[in-house]
Design a protein around this ligand. Structure first.
Ligand code: ZN
Length: 409
């Protein structure tokens, strides 16, 4: 089979003859005697497009292109196998131009970027991944500084603006050794296909590439991440870089309008907001402490001593609009201010119960809570002096503390 993309990566339309059709039901695998469709390999994603019947003008969509592992045959996955697609039929293939251009921009950009990291810092590229929204390379290094990223991005984009020619050359592995090829694949082949970015990079690769570096458009580095084999650098090239920058700008503009600020002031404004929220939370906590302290004193003033002779007072209160945090705080204040048992409940989004007693009193709050929760069918727990749990709703929370109060001597 003739791989037309090998020597002519800009060829997007070609004539061929069907050599095989494997019916998969809804889809079919089609092989041709020659093809310009690039199969997924070497980090680059496959082309998509159309196959036309020359005799009848009918067409099928090419959804995916894969290389058969053993035979190396290029298989075109097409939708709903039509009857006319049979071995011997002459067809015309049409590669989706936009998708191919995008892949060429990403893949050629990757060669330039990998070479830039290698030249500047001797960081070898261990792998290349092409995703739907961004691409990444894994570099053989423990860490990369922001300055190194910026310098590599700068050099890579200089190479783009210099519009250097990108040529395809062939060499034996032995010849390649003497030519300074960046990375020679371990698989022994008679002939290596080399991508030569003039006076900048020479690397063995079977992918489709731009004719000159200017066609890459732009190389934009994104996130970095520590991975097992080194550092992963995400990047986007060409029109993807433009689309990504546009998306970033829209998000920043939206954030800036929330703050009524310029986009460049967003980080400063966001930090300021977080500081203000933290200060507000601190002030609220101080006020809650004060409220709890005052309420604890008030509840104890009106509570009378229980008849059991232990001198304990009982406070049983339900708070429709408070949360678990507050009733815990209040319970702590009550049992510290006096010899007391506090059976508190709250409603709100998470109805809860808190049982507490002053250390040394004879009741068992943990056991009382356990008994209560069993009836409610909810979860919780605690120790002799302090326990908490959930309630299915406000009404049952309120009812539960009344029932528990009956068990305090
Ligand atoms: Zn490559």
């Amino acid at each position: 089979m003739d791989r037309l993309y090998y020597d002519n990566p800009s060829l997007l339309e070609f004539d061929a003859t069907v050599t095989g059709v494997e019916d998969l039901g809804e889809q079919a695998l089609v092989t041709l005697n020659r093809s310009a469709f690039y199969p997924t390999s070497g980090g680059q994603n496959s082309d998509t497009g159309l196959i036309y019947g020359i005799a009848n003008g009918a067409r099928v969509r090419v959804l995916d292109v894969q290389e058969q592992e053993q035979s190396g045959e290029v298989q075109h996955l097409v939708e709903c196998p039509p009857g006319w697609l049979r071995p011997g039929v002459p067809v015309r293939g049409e590669v989706d131009a936009e998708r191919r251009r995008d892949h060429m921009q990403q893949h050629s950009g990757q060669h330039v970027l990998s070479a830039a990291f290698e030249r500047l810092y001797n960081f070898a590229t261990l792998s290349f991944h092409m995703g739907d929204d961004y691409c990444s390379i894994d570099l053989a290094t423990d860490k990369i500084t922001p300055q190194q990223l910026e310098a590599a991005e700068r050099l890579a984009n200089e190479v783009v603006t210099e519009d250097r020619r990108v040529e395809i050359r062939y060499a034996t592995p032995d010849q390649a050794q003497t030519m300074g090829v960046r990375k020679i694949p371990p698989a022994v082949r008679e002939k290596l296909r080399l991508i030569d970015i003039r006076d900048f990079d020479l690397n063995a690769c079977g992918g489709t590439h731009v004719a000159s570096t200017g066609q890459i458009g732009a190389i934009l580095l994104r996130k970095t991440e520590k991975v097992k084999q080194g550092v992963r650098v995400e990047f986007v090239c060409g029109l993807r870089a433009v689309a990504t920058a546009r998306k970033d700008f829209q998000a920043l503009t939206e954030a800036a309008s929330v703050y009524s600020a310029h986009v460049w002031e967003v980080p400063q404004q966001a930090r300021k907001s977080i500081d203000e929220i933290k200060a507000g939370q601190k002030a609220q906590q101080r006020l809650l402490e004060e409220v709890a302290e005052l309420q604890a004193a008030n509840f104890l003033r009106v509570a009378s001593e229980r008849p059991s002779g232990s001198g304990q007072k009982l406070v049983t209160e339900f708070f429709a609009d408070r949360d678990l945090g507050f009733i815990k705080l209040l319970a702590q204040k009550i049992v510290r201010l006096d010899n007391a048992v506090a059976l508190l409940a709250c409603g709100g989004t998470q109805p809860s119960l808190v049982f507490a007693q002053t250390a040394g009193l004879p009741n068992d709050m943990g056991a009382l809570m356990k008994e209560t929760l069993q009836k409610l069918g909810t979860r919780g727990g605690g120790n002799r002096d302090m326990a908490q749990g959930g309630a299915p709703d406000s009404t049952r929370a309120e009812h539960a503390i009344q029932e528990a109060a009956g068990k305090i001597g």
